[in-house]
Design a protein around this ligand. Structure first.
Ligand code: 5GP
Ligand code: MN
Length: 331
């Protein structure tokens, strides 16, 4: 793959990142809270490359306490440690797919006790909270940024690394719907190592228990359309209450936004996910073309990408929806 087919991090950032990675003898790799396949694939890929160099390395995320089940068969899972077991101080902390410090949850304090930190990410809202920041907003996934880093660093991408990188690429591109020149070249290169792309995608994206179907029935059945919201662009939203989510995995909950956002009458889609029967709501936002939901989420305390973002709100459901409509009308 030629370098010029892809948007790259500034060469000076890549050089500094490699220098940091080569110098460290103990490294903690931090993934974001409520991890997805991009952050875990990225974290385990960096962890694997470091482990092969003989570096002491841990990979962790602050919450929840266990890895989503669909990621159980990712290579190098042995590198993952419990949040409680993360070393207090190391030479280097590397964060992957986290747009801001708060996305690291209770492990954010490890940034302060490490000698240095390296932020690897693709969120346009990234606050550049590391000593060195390798942030490529045009990259499809953080794993795509890491593939590029590996090429510069001389790390050979074998089948195990390809599995991890492909996991982030296939999920963050929505199974290759949101692609750009170079996306398929990277996919092809990873598949050529012999990984089973169909199986990776099916495991991560297309496998749900039967109870997912009645949950969808309830939640989608009470979805609402506000045509005047977002300056007339329209907002469609659905609410997942804790009783709807009972017994289901994060994979089932996170799938709902992908159905809601297909509504043709709405530029913006939202799913409000109640947290453990409290008045705390984790909100997913998606837009089609016009609205920058990353900016909307930012005004509400979150962040993300132009067309996919999120935030957490506390309060009565009606008030949370009102606040969202207000933020949308001033966006
Ligand atoms: P999702 O709706 O899939 O959870 O998140 C969509 C995008 O928004 C992801 O790229 C995610 O990193 C980002 N995002 C979601 N929630 C938050 C949040 O609370 N803070 C920030 N900074 N980004 C978020
Ligand atoms: Mn990502």
């Amino acid at each position: 793959m030629s370098d010029d087919s892809r948007a790259l991090a500034e060469p000076v950032e890549v050089a500094r990142a490699i220098e940091m990675l080569e110098r460290a003898s103990s490294v903690t790799v931090l993934c974001h809270v409520q991890p997805d396949a991009d952050t875990i694939g990225s974290g385990l890929a960096i962890g694997t490359a470091l482990e092969r160099r003989g570096v002491r390395v841990q990979v962790a995320f602050a919450a929840p306490s266990s890895l989503p089940q669909s990621m159980d068969d990712m290579p190098s899972r042995h590198l993952l440690v419990d949040a409680h077991d993360v070393a207090e101080t190391v030479d280097l902390v590397v964060t992957v797919d986290a747009g801001s410090r708060d996305r690291l949850g209770s492990l954010a304090d490890r940034l302060d006790t490490a000698s240095a930190s390296l932020v690897i990410d693709h969120h346009r809202s990234n606050t550049r909270f590391g000593t060195v920041n390798m942030v490529v907003a045009s990259a499809e996934s953080t794993t795509a940024v890491i593939a590029n880093l590996f090429d510069r660093w001389g790390v050979e991408i074998d089948a195990d690394l390809a599995h991890l990188l492909y996991a982030g690429l296939v999920t963050d591109t929505g199974s290759f719907r949101w692609v750009r020149p170079g996306s398929h070249l990277l996919a092809e290169r990873l598949l050529a190592t012999g990984i089973d792309g169909a199986r990776i995608a099916r495991t991560l994206l297309d496998t749900h228990p039967f109870n997912w179907l009645p949950m969808l029935g309830n939640v989608l059945g009470s979805a609402a359309l506000l045509p005047d919201a977002a300056d007339g662009g329209g907002l469609v939203y659905a609410v997942i209450r804790s009783e709807d989510a009972a017994g289901l995995r994060s994979e089932e909950i996170e799938s709902v936004i992908d159905i809601v956002r297909t509504t043709s009458e709405a530029e913006v889609a939202a799913v409000l996910k109640q947290q453990d029967f409290t008045s705390v709501w984790v909100v997913s936002l998606r837009s089609k073309t016009k609205v920058d939901v990353s900016a909307v989420a930012y005004t509400l305390g979150g962040g993300g990408h132009r067309n996919a973002a999120g935030y957490t709100a506390t309060g009565q459901l009606d008030d949370v929806i009102d606040a969202l409509c207000k933020a949308l009308s001033s966006s």
